[in-house]
Design a protein around this ligand. Sequence first.
Ligand code: ADP
Ligand code: LRH
Length: 477
Amino acid sequence: GSVKSYAAVDLGASSGRVMVGRVGPDSLELAEAHRFPNRPVRVPEGLRWDVLGLYAGVLEGLRAAGRVDSVGIDSWAVDYGLLDADGALLGNPVHYRDARTEGVAEKVWASVPAEELYGATGLQYAPFNTLYQLKADQLTRADRLLLIPDLLTYWLTGEQGTELTNASTTQLIDPRTRTWATVVAQRLGIDLELFAPLRQPGDPAGFLRPEVLEETGLAGPVPVTAVGSHDTASAVAAVPAADGERFAYICTGTWSLAGLELDAPVLTEESRAANFTNELGLDGTVRYLRNIMGLWLLQECLRAWGEPDLGALLLQASKSPALRSVVDAGDAAFLAPGRMPERIAEACRDSGQPVPESPAHITRCILDSLALAHRRAVEDAQRLADRPVDVVHIVGGGTRNALLCQLTADACGLPVVAGPTEAAALGNVLVQARPHGLVRDLADGRRLLTRTQPLTRYEPRGQSARWREAEARLAGA
Ligand code: ADP
Ligand code: LRH
């Protein structure tokens, strides 16, 4: 028939899900087939991903999804599995919050200065960029490196590739040529043969192996499509911007990724100093954005408090005093897990602000701080890229947090359009629909989203002076 079904596997840092998208010429519906938790596992040697558990969740999800026309996988960026010459996984993939990359960047910069690295790759400095992780790892037994979504695709199909949008987070891709930064790799002694050949979003990535069909109860052949395999690439592809709209986006989940969609990278020294990144998107676009610690701050507090009811806590937070204390939600000091309520309290104390004590006050401090960081990122991006915007789109799990959306509208002084929540899965589905002629390109997909997805609009409440004051307080700290 003219309606096709696609399984979108979307692995976030806090949960994995298998969603089924049904796409017709003028329809788009998304349903959840299976969701499973994803938690970093602390073992004596460090912080690891439970990648076998995730793969088991994917198989269970595909079984629950039932008959589909294709499958696509996206996940968080930068991390990878190493394989031996027989294609067997060498150990559990290391979590990007693991401490092994401490001090590695400084050593890398001794060979290739940070300014040069930015000029060649356009990537922000983050201790966990694949490049730094590789320099921290023992690679002697490794024959092949597969980024997380490529690893799961390999397990499903037996075929290896390196999908471009996620490859752009390794810091080994040149955002102008959209291929390997061979000179940088050479100077750092990184053998690019470790990577499988590049794949473009939309490329075929094989078929589910017979064992996978058996495991999931599916009837073959079931093709797998390389989607924008970086979850943020897929999420931005599903920002429901209207034709010609001048927009910023904020992808909210474990992280907040806030910035602009551009058609060329911004590689200026000013941009590097502001730690903006140039990641690669669909159809030749660039994701020009800043990483903000995001709802990770809240997730870690909830964990410390024994997982109280989130709805009740957010209601209390909405009634708590506004902008009493704020922390720098862009600060990498919040990267590692553990002791989050204490670390937030310490940051408030160290900057001479009232120390939030109750969970409600700490939650309010986190949400005010996130909104403030959103404001700064949206303002900086407009200035650095010379591209003014009229509206901010929020997508991802944070769209379910109405307080965060309203505070972001207030802080930015711009209307916020919130939704869809499962943006990464929708962006994943829209790319799978391309080979069937149901979606032509980014703009076409966005038209379909604006017609079919429920969106919520938040107007700014005109309190810009208060946000400016909070910003100055933080800058002065
Ligand atoms: P990721 O893909 O990084 O795992 P998600 O996009 O799934 O993250 O977003 C998860 C976040 O969404 C949670 O940390 C939580 O803060 C927020 N969230 C989820 N459900 C709700 C809810 N019912 N109310 C408010 N916030 C929610
Ligand atoms: C969000 C994300 C983000 C990366 C981070 C490591 O899930 O992919 O874009 O910076 O994880």
